[in-house]
Write a protein that binds this ligand. Structure first.
Ligand code: IVH
Length: 664
């Protein structure tokens, strides 16, 4: 019996590790998140019933670990050096000249890699098991962040090198979308924002409670491999390839460059494309590829002579804040926006910058008339980094007491960073809601943009998001700058939007805290909108990444009569309320539909997942299409219905038998 459990646990670990590798390292998942979760839950169950089965490299051990009192200082096996910088193309050419001279004109080549803007960290592996992670610190001594690093999914707990000891060095980063989300959450909670993804990554890695690191979703990209304190391979490129083979993530945007022109081309290419990357970069790291040549080039006191960081120009500029105005968003939140004397930053003329909220303005100590440093990163709207010099005529900004759009009352609730217009009929809120609904990544209604939405709302043609499905070519054609042809186009796009799958519909509703990802998890978990609107706050939390706060927000949204009304209108318009393409596993229970009723001894959500992993479907209502009704204690009307329709009723034991058969 025990041996069987040991086998099952090890089998699950192997499968989970493979899925993690596919998902976090290769970005090519083969199973749905729900399926992965089901496997993970099974392993957690086994381990919690038999704690002696737990191994330190089990995928369940990523979260966990108790908060500690402080970090232990650890000396690096070999110093983590920094790099000299080349601040422009001339300096990079000069570096190449020095290399050519020092190598006395023998052939050489470079490896060019993106310079990710994060936090460097060294990870130790013994017998292919992750054992320790240490931050760079001052280069000689760093801090032991092992428990926190364990939660980084792109850092494998097990590798396949066959080496008894090696060390990986690389960069820990926070992806931009995670950074945006973290700041949005913090703002909602009345906490201060992180200034940039780098600070957020540092703040997330260097916290005493590993569960905080886990929730921050950091990524790790390796750029260096040390075996017994030395390079194990004849070239850096081969080291990187070896890391990839061992299952460790290495940035794929790297290149062997045979001369300075190829290097410059690589640097220029990524400078122009840097906004498209999911993380921030501040340049390109250039390394001489051959390890023997690296050894001949040697080191200065602080950096290798065989490598250099080509730094991109900071995309910052100094300009004056001429005014601060507020914009009203979809949730009624008032966002202060700085109007700037136009200035060029990294090839783009900037005349506005977001200030996020009043606290941010206070933190910056900003007043109208000040000159400020602004920065443009991946986002479209630049931000104010700090006050450069105070203006001689400065004016303090005050949040208006009335909404600048509808004149409605503005309130700031306790614990909130934002002041809000509380008029639910505020045209600004309605306009923003429609623009969100129609956005490309949401319902993708091409043609329903600013100009049209302004007119539709101002003329009273649209008073609720659902009204857009009642628009006709005739109604649209009467508007300014709208011919019959473009009107017909917009109507066709509105019509087409009805085919959008459920995750987009959920996202389109604009429920607070529910973005694209969460909408996807909700659709996966519940399969139909009607279930999401009817389940409890606790049940909502069964969906991935849905915590108490998000669950409460979703729950309250659907309790609001206006929103219930909206749901009914969207339903009659013909939007997709069911998730038809929800990825179902083909398995031994494929094609079978189960209904669960009464109290079961295992949490219902877990039973659901196990059925789904086996390919079955779980539905809430008994119908002729139901194959089995699983009846627990005190089963009620669903049991009566099953008997009435002559559907087979089984008990929990019978269900477990079916599932057992499946797993053996
Ligand atoms: S190599 C001797 N490669 O840049 C090797 N560093 O100023 C030294 N960085 O502290 C590092 N991406 O945090 C290297 N592909 C990359 C890098 C990289 C980012 C960071 C690293 C280091 C700093 C050097």
């Amino acid at each position: 019996m025990k041996a069987k459990l040991v086998d099952e646990a090890e089998g699950l670990r192997e499968v989970l590790r493979r899925h993690e590798y596919l998902y976090y390292i290769l970005d090519q998942p083969e199973v749905s998140d729900a399926e992965y979760d089901a496997l993970m839950n099974r392993l957690r169950d086994l381990e919690s019933q038999h704690p002696d089965l737990i191994t330190p490299d089990s995928p369940t051990q990523r979260v966990g670990g108790k908060p500690r009192d402080g970090f232990v200082k650890v000396e690096h096996s070999a110093p983590m050096l920094s790099l000299d910088n080349a601040l422009n193309e001339e300096e990079l050419r000069a570096f190449d000249g020095r290399i050519r001279d020092a190598l006395a004109n023998e052939p050489y080549r470079y490896v060019a890699e993106l310079k990710l803007d994060g936090l460097s960290m060294a990870a130790q592996y013994r017998n292919d098991r992750f054992v320790q992670a240490v931050t760079r610190g001052d280069g000689r001594v760093g801090e032991d962040v092992t428990e926190n690093a364990r939660t980084i999914r792109s850092l494998p707990l097990r590798t396949t090198s066959g080496l008894d000891h090696f060390e990986v060095r690389g960069e820990t980063v926070m992806l931009r979308h995670a950074f945006e989300r973290l700041n949005a959450d913090r703002e909602e909670q009345g906490l201060s924002r992180f200034a940039n993804p780098r600070n957020a990554a540092a703040g997330s890695l260097r916290v005493l409670d590993p569960s905080i690191t886990a929730s921050r979703r950091l990524e790790y990209y390796a750029y260096y491999l040390l075996v017994n304190g030395r390079s194990h391979f004849p070239s850096h490129w081969e080291s990187l390839e070896a890391l990839v083979k061992m299952g460790i993530k290495v940035n794929s945007k790297r290149k062997i460059c045979r001369n300075i022109d190829e290097l410059l081309a690589f640097c220029r290419e990524w400078e122009s494309k840097r906004d498209d990357l999911p993380y921030e970069i501040d340049g390109v790291v250039v390394k001489v590829d051959a390890v023997a040549q690296q050894a001949r080039l040697g080191y200065t006191a602080r950096a290798p002579r065989w490598a250099i960081a080509y730094k991109y120009a900071a995309r910052q500029a100094v300009t004056t804040v001429e005014n601060i105005e507020v914009q009203v968003g979809r949730t009624g939140a008032l966002t202060p926006v700085a109007h700037l004397a136009p200035v060029e930053v990294g090839g783009v003329t900037v005349s506005r910058a977001t200030l996020h909220n009043e606290d941010e303005i206070a933190r910056l100590g900003l007043q109208v008339g000040d000159s400020v440093v602004i920065e443009r990163s991946g986002d479209v709207i630049p931000k104010v980094v700090r006050v450069h010099t105070q203006g001689s005529y400065r004016r303090r900004f005050q949040v208006p007491k009335q909404c600048p759009v509808c004149g409605g009352k503005v309130v700031r609730e306790e614990g909130e960073a934002a002041s809000r217009c509380i008029n639910v009929n505020c045209p600004a809120r309605l306009k923003e809601s429609i623009l969100h609904f129609a956005a490309r990544s949401v319902m993708n209604i091409d043609g329903l943009g600013d100009v049209l939405v302004d007119q539709l709302v101002d003329r009273g043609l649209v008073r609720s998001v659902a009204d857009i499905y009642d628009l006709t070519v005739e109604k649209l054609a009467e508007l300014d700058r709208m011919g019959k042809k473009s009107a017909a186009n917009v109507i066709r796009n509105i019509e087409k939007s009805k085919q959008n799958p459920l995750p987009r519909v959920i996202h389109a509703l604009g429920i607070r805290f529910v973005g694209e990802r969460t909408a996807g998890f909700l659709a996966e978990q519940f399969g139909e909108l009607d279930r999401i609107t009817s389940v409890t706050v606790d049940e909502l939390q069964q969906a991935e990444e849905v915590g108490p706060k998000v669950a409460e927000s979703i729950y309250q949204y659907f309790r609001e009569p206006r929103n219930q009304d909206l749901m009914e209108r969207l339903r009659s318009a013909g939007l997709q309320f069911e998730y038809k393409t929800r990825r179902r596993h083909a398995g031994p229970l494929s094609g079978l539909t189960f209904v669960l009723t009464g109290t079961l001894s295992i949490p219902r959500e877990e039973v659901r997942q196990r059925i789904e992993v086996a390919g079955g479907k779980v539905s809430t209502a008994v119908s002729r299409r139901t194959n089995f009704v699983v009846a627990g204690e005190d089963a009620g009307s669903k049991l009566d219905k099953a008997r009435e329709l002559g559907i087979e009723v089984i008990d929990e034991r019978k269900l477990l038998e079916l599932l057992e058969k499946v797993s053996s």
